[in-house]
Design a protein around this ligand. Sequence first.
Ligand code: NIG
Ligand code: FE
Length: 404
Amino acid sequence: MSATLYVGISELVQPHADAGSSRDPLSVTRDAALLVRNGVVVAAGPRELVRSVPDVAAAEQVDLGGRAVIPGFIDSHTHVVHAGERVDDLARRARGETYASIAKAGGGIRRSVRHLAEATIEEIAQQSLPRLDAMFACGTTTVEVKTGYGLTPELEEKHVAAIELTAKSVKQQLLPTLLAHVPVSPTGIEREDVVRAWHDTVIPKLAKRVRYFDVFVEDGAFTADEARKLCGYARSHGLGLKLHVDQLRDGGGAALAASLGALSADHLEHTSAVGARALADTGVLACILPGCSLMLRDWPNARALREAGCEVAIASDCNPGSSPLVDLTLCGLLAATQCGLTLDEALWGITRGGAKALGLHDRGRLVPGERADLVVVDHTDFRAIFARPNRPPVHRVIVGGLPK
Ligand code: NIG
Ligand code: FE
């Protein structure tokens, strides 16, 4: 593959490796250039400096016309591969019912389980592709995708197969996660049997086809003890750990994620100061999901998380019920307007923060050696990316150095 030298960059935004607590999490270089070879960043920085790199003359030059360049977005928490929609849930919530009461009555997650059971693997992929295309158009170049609408070993395997089929036709990289979502099943077996099935069958059988393991810890979902047992076992199969915690009440989930050495603790709408401190002390990423908060009117206090010393990632949680959002720039905007982050922190949260929440060291910044996944913003000021939610000013998305 030949090399490309991108010039005409009004500002090149570089997230710092760590979000830090007392300084800006980004640095911005004006009048910049970027040299990419074989899909990897070779040099990035002031134009004259990049132009002095050996062999630069051999690179094809592409003028970006005075636009800002930022790393491609990394969505570290999604359920984007699913079947059907839950319009009824939305209507019921609008009439005052709660997420929990709808779930208890057989709606919510269990409705999506029925949809997944009724669709073919091909149909699930067909329904998921437009969502992933829309994510890409908004600048998302890496997407974590959870199972969890299977529940039984057979349907969880079907969900993994649907993610694998979908991954063949999308422009981004998809990183699959096994999600132990709720301990009920369409066949009505007891919760002890569900936990046993995850331990004896789902994890050992499917671990090689996924990268991460996640558990929803909540009343009506799994207990902390069940999560501890399954997470320990998943880790012994080489899977990185992620947890859904403290969504509906403070269940001590952040401290649980910290004690398990998870990559991230996600949701955190009700996390206490003690939980926030535990995440900060252990370096577990705090991942907020503002799309879900928008739909369920329950916001995490990201400012308090930052002040406790946490690094905050932002993900879409794209799912058919509580967060049908695909646009990470909208999630970043909501993180700023509703959860107390600055725009710089929001950009860190959807780039380097997403990478860290997935334990990835090869993306999320545009430094030498990292993947050349980037968004060319159709504006001179990178912050404009947050200013047009649902139609962000994306001029071009480049993955592995190649325009897609
Ligand atoms: O992250 N909280 C639990 N799981 C998902 C919701 C999935 C659904 O409602 O279908 C979440 O919000
Ligand atoms: Fe989720």
